[in-house]
Design a protein around this ligand. Sequence first.
Ligand SMILES: C[S@@+](CC[C@H](N)C(=O)[O-])C[C@H]1O[C@@H](n2cnc3c(N)ncnc32)[C@H](O)[C@@H]1O
Length: 236
Amino acid sequence: MNPKQSKKQTIRALFTHIAPAYDKINRLLSLGQDQSWRRRALDYTQVPAGGKLLDVATGTGDVALLAAKCFPSAQIIGVDLTPAMLREAQRKAQMHSAAAQRIHWVQSDGLTLAFPDDTFNAVISVFMLRNVPDVSRALAEQVRVVRPGGHIVCMEMTWPRRFPMTWLFQVYFFGLAPLLGQWIAGDRAAYTYLPRSVKQFPTPATIAGIMEAVGIREVTWELQMLGTVAIFVGVK
Ligand SMILES: C[S@@+](CC[C@H](N)C(=O)[O-])C[C@H]1O[C@@H](n2cnc3c(N)ncnc32)[C@H](O)[C@@H]1O
């Protein structure tokens, strides 16, 4: 197995194990802020009435479900590599609005999206890029399936670079995440991977450069939560 396949298998196994606890740990680690970041990211998609939105790496579906609320007439598709995460998404959708019942959930790899070119008005991915073996490929696929003029929005955690935030974040994240992982998901290793993957992830400027290199125009980003979350926006 090549290293990319191997990373995908590892990631799928990790998310399969933590799927039932994923939302709870997100809310706790983000101090209840993660849904407001997702809403903010969705604002940038600018999906028109009746438009089509793709949520790549939808996971337990929080972005797609919020999108169904924000854009009730839109056609929303949530794609993820891990069936266990999608099952959580489908379970949650059943408790939501009629618009949420119309979301399509598709098990698929974000590095080889099973959609024709120029299909969607916008594509969004939240907390995906850190988990894929090829960031450039993931972004190239996203731009491929967006219509010309459509928005590509990515949200990712970033490691703050300035003292004292970098030090505080180190203590908070490496201290708390493994404990919550152990306590709530019974999986300390998955939540040790989390801060490590954020620390190793390229800077926002590097990610913006990769977005431009795959043909995304007008790339900008904003930081949230004291520089620990970045929302990237670009246009095809
Ligand atoms: C941290 S979760 C993010 C879930 C969701 N977007 C959110 O807002 O919480 C990362 C998700 O990316 C998915 N994933 C990882 N690699 C993927 C790939 N190559 N294609 C599609 N999904 C992938 C995982 O299965 C997992 O559900």
